[in-house]
Design a protein around this ligand. Structure first.
Ligand SMILES: Cc1cc2nc3c(=O)[nH]c(=O)nc-3n(C[C@H](O)[C@H](O)[C@H](O)COP(=O)(O)O)c2cc1C
Length: 206
């Protein structure tokens, strides 16, 4: 049975538009994957600390030389990574905040990008170790940016996820949510239709 990891990064937790789109996808995924397991990581409810020199120092310290405090830091990061390793499907709910991804999501990424654990350096460059997974990104934005240079999120997320080995990434956008009620309704209708299209093949196969 498959496992889905759902990561929320809206400041509104499950009330965010990005969270609600992801919830909609996950509810349909459950129907197509009866018995499948869903793990929710809500970065508003349980924020990951910012990376700092002490935390990064713990990651790169030799395992046998880690202090008790460093072992705790590494155990926390390992637990986040274990969730990712267990997941066949990763659902990311990502609002746009001030032209970028939420800082909570960046802090999370800073704890799961670990040399020798989620990626490794080789003669041919870095190689991601979280392979065989599919990711879906539900991107909610007040304005409209997809396909323009102001969409910093799409290339960044593709780069980061690809770096750790997750190359199969599908984006669903709900844009123009703050422009007008009509724009918002249209964006949500289109996103809902895209979600139905994404899950239909799985429902048919179930
Ligand atoms: C702190 C903050 C910053 C925002 N910055 C942007 C922005 O730079 N561009 C944009 O299009 N919308 C911006 N918005 C609007 C959000 O993208 C929009 O409300 C979206 O629905 C947020 O997703 P959420 O409901 O899942 O939190 C911002 C909203 C907040 C709260």
């Amino acid at each position: 049975m498959k496992t889905l990891l759902q990561i929320r990064s809206s400041i509104y937790s499950d009330g965010g538009q990005s969270s609600r789109l992801a919830d909609r996808f996950v509810a349909q995924w459950r129907k197509a994957n009866l018995g499948g397991q869903v793990i929710v990581r809500d970065l508003a409810r349980e924020p990951v600390p910012h990376i700092d020199a002490a935390r990064f120092g713990a990651f790169v310290a030799k395992p046998e030389q880690r202090t008790a405090e460093q072992l705790d830091v590494v155990a926390y990061s390992d637990a986040l990574i274990e969730e990712l390793e267990r997941a066949d499907v990763i659902v990311l709910a990502v609002p746009m905040y001030n032209f970028g991804i939420p800082s909570t999501l960046k802090a999370y990424f800073d704890h799961v990008a670990r040399a020798g654990v989620t990626f490794k350096y080789t003669d041919k460059g870095p190689v991601g170790l979280l392979t065989g997974k599919k990711a879906y990104v539900f991107a909610a934005r007040g304005g409209r940016y997809a396909g323009t240079p102001l969409d910093s999120q799409t290339p960044y997320l593709r780069a980061f996820l690809g770096f750790v080995g997750i190359a199969d990434v599908e984006f669903v956008y709900a844009e123009g949510l703050a422009i007008s009620e009509a724009s918002r309704n249209k964006a949500l209708d289109e996103a809902h239709a895209q979600i139905a299209d994404l899950i239909e093949p799985e429902l048919e196969a179930a």
